[in-house]
Ligand binder design. Structure first.
Ligand SMILES: [Zn+2]
Length: 400
């Protein structure tokens, strides 16, 4: 029977044949694998093949730099662009509403004061992560009257007792007595601060009411950073615009089951804003809606107590300049200038170029700061009245 003959070949002869086919197959497979793995070889073979088919090509094989890592890829545009400004700084004095100083990363008090003068920063809101004695120390260390210090909630108390809110409230009262002007809440609130039973502490958790009511009573502004760009909540795969950045900072990925979804936290935040209409909230980093200005508009329309800052989000805003310009015209009383960090000339140059000029296709980050996605931004060319509001007038009203 023929079929069984194939399936069960006579020992010896048939077996040798199969072995030979396997060997030929493995040689061919390895050959293609080698070509696939060595780009220079792949390019060479492709070049020879195309050449032999008659496609015009230079005489010698062009040289390619091989194996460029995605993190190294940094193309220089051939587009002729220029900085249209006479001066590279903001055209007026500014209020930095999203500053960070203190600790080892920002510079000494005298360096900070000098930089503030040079960069024409008339007020600097320091969104500090300190509370208690650390806050007191920070405040006395950086005592330039232009600096307004914010403290934070003392989350460490959660580990000390089941009933942690009274202790946190005491700390808050102490910070108020020590002169805090506002509260900075970081993204860990909402993402991974957990109660002792392991449950995530939601932004609108009723437990925290005494703290927020105290803030309301003391008229503290709350600057709150909630979630992060949605790309950090998505899969880190070939479709993720921030893939290269996530490679460098895997700790920024929230795409695991321990973290809530982006929408979940932003909804909690909305409930928090509604729950305390008499508290002024600054929803930092453009409320993480810089990629979706309709959402940002909805948030501002339905919460009159909420403001936005542009800190570290000009990358998104600047790649949709028409829409952003329209947005800032409509919500010109609700947006602050902020750059997220100590006074930084490089950032001031870029932020002012973004706000003030019609320049096209430039980097949204200074050389000493990393990029976030492979794109460039466009200037908004805002008119003076709007610039004044964003640079300082809105902040003057809110951070009195
Ligand atoms: Zn910040």
């Amino acid at each position: 029977m023929k079929i069984s003959g194939i399936l069960q070949p006579a020992a010896g002869d048939g077996k040798m044949k199969v072995m030979r086919y396997l060997l030929i197959f493995s040689v061919i497979a390895n050959f293609f694998l080698l070509i696939f793995l060595i780009p220079s070889l792949r390019i060479k073979l492709r070049f020879i093949a195309m050449n032999s088919l008659g496609f015009p090509a230079p005489g010698s094989i062009p040289q390619f730099k091989n194996d460029i890592l995605l993190t190294e890829y940094n193309p220089v545009p051939v587009l002729k662009t220029e900085d249209a400004r006479k001066t590279r700084m903001p055209s007026m004095d500014v209020i930095e509403t999203h500053g960070h100083i203190g600790g080892s990363f920002s510079g000494s008090p005298s360096e900070i004061s000098k930089a503030m003068t040079e960069l024409k920063i008339k007020k600097f809101i320091n969104l500090s992560f300190t509370t208690g004695d650390d806050f007191k120390k920070l405040k006395s260390q950086f005592n330039d009257p232009r600096i307004i210090h914010f403290s934070t909630f003392n989350w460490k108390r959660i580990k000390e007792s089941k009933d942690f809110v009274p202790a946190m409230l005491n700390d808050l009262k102490q910070d108020i007595a020590n002169g805090t002007k506002g509260i900075k809440l970081w993204k860990n609130f909402g993402l991974n601060i957990r109660k002792e039973n392991g449950e995530r502490l939601t932004l609108d958790d009723a437990l925290l009411e005494p703290l927020f009511l105290e803030c309301e009573k003391a008229k503290l502004v709350i600057s709150i950073h909630t979630a992060d760009p949605p790309a950090f909540f998505g899969k880190a795969d070939e479709k993720n615009e921030r893939y290269e950045e996530l490679l460098r900072h895997p700790e920024w990925s929230f795409n695991t089951s321990e973290f809530p979804k982006f929408e979940e936290v932003t909804k909690e935040r909305e409930r928090l804003f509604k729950k305390y209409p008499r508290i002024t909230f600054v929803s930092l980093h453009f409320a993480e809606f810089s990629h979706d200005l309709e959402q940002a508009a909805k948030l501002l329309d339905s919460n009159k107590n909420v403001y936005l800052d542009i800190a570290a989000r000009i990358d998104e805003l600047g790649r949709q300049p028409y829409k952003t310009k329209e947005f800032l015209a409509k919500y010109q009383d609700r947006v602050f200038f902020g750059t997220d960090g100590p006074p930084d000339r490089g950032k001031f140059e870029i932020y002012s170029r973004f706000l003030e000029t019609n320049d096209e296709y430039f980097d949204y980050f200074p050389l000493h700061k990393p990029r976030k996605g492979f794109w460039k931004i466009y200037g908004l060319g805002l008119k003076k009245e709007i610039l004044e509001k964003i640079y300082f007038k809105n902040a003057e009203k809110v951070f009195r």
